[in-house]
Design a binder for this molecule. Structure first.
Ligand SMILES: C[S@@+](CC[C@H](N)C(=O)[O-])C[C@H]1O[C@@H](n2cnc3c(N)ncnc32)[C@H](O)[C@@H]1O
Length: 234
């Protein structure tokens, strides 16, 4: 505000209305990147033991994942740890494609670099921490093993204004638009995301979030009130 010479909030809002570039800068300043590996631990356990094995059985060629609003990539690397653990025990496993998107390029750069403070790792098991992370000498920072970035495309994407990709088996839409936006924008973003989910695909939202009111054609997955399947339960 001060940098733009605005003396009060009304003047700042007037500049935002007038200048698209300033509006976009303001929007980026308002984003929040807080995340952690294996956030909502129970979900990841059920994903590994039940949901993914069932999906892999039905889709032997390829599984396509979208982490929408991925921030610094904790959710994406968590998924890769689960996937790699399962793949190790399988004779034949589907090909994996992960699209990880965020509107904030600074967070995407952090996700690509894969360096995290210990607070992001607090829900990780000791085994996974040892297997996939290396501590930076003398620092409270941990670098994720770059092999986990294989199969991942990091892309800048705005959930309200950019067209979605399609054909996803799993979409993570956690702790972003459904928390931060009002009803009208929530619905718009949600409908874009929903249209890109395949029949019987899984949608995961934040554990404290709820779906917008007009979200039909989704069935809640047992024991996980924030995980939904597109269409009726099989
Ligand atoms: C709190 S983080 C959530 C990270 C991760 N999904 C999780 O649940 O741990 C929210 C992220 O959503 C992104 N975001 C918010 N609104 C967005 C939008 N309209 N389009 C794309 N990304 C958005 C922010 O930039 C931020 O990185």
């Amino acid at each position: 505000m001060t940098a733009l010479g605005c003396r009060n909030i009304s003047e700042y809002l007037a500049v935002i209305d007038r200048e698209e570039e300033i509006r976009q800068q303001c929007e980026l300043l308002l984003t929040v990147s807080i995340s952690r590996f294996f956030r909502d631990r129970k979900f990841w356990e059920i994903l590994e033991k039940e949901l993914l094995p069932e999906m892999v059985k039905k889709n032997s060629d390829k599984i396509k994942i979208w982490s929408a609003g991925c921030a610094s990539g904790e959710e994406v690397y968590s998924f890769k740890m689960v996937w790699d653990g399962m793949k190790k025990h399988a004779v034949k496993f589907p090909k994996l494609e992960i699209i990880a998107t965020d509107m904030n390029p600074t967070y995407l750069a952090r996700a690509r670099a894969g360096i995290y403070s210990s607070s992001s790792l607090k829900e990780l098991t000791k085994d996974l921490k040892l297997k996939y992370f290396q501590q930076k000498p003398g620092k409270n920072l941990f670098m994720v093993n770059p092999t986990l970035g294989k199969d991942v495309s990091w892309k800048r994407h705005h959930l309200l204004s950019d067209p979605p990709d399609s054909g996803f088996n799993i979409i993570f839409l956690r702790n972003n638009v459904l928390t931060y936006y009002g009803d009208r924008l929530k619905n718009k973003a949600f409908n874009n995301v929903f249209s890109s989910l395949l029949p019987f695909g899984l949608l995961i939202i934040g554990s404290h979030e709820s779906l917008p009111s007009d979200s039909s054609d989704l069935t809640r997955v047992a024991r996980l009130p924030y995980v939904f399947r597109k269409g009726p339960n099989p």
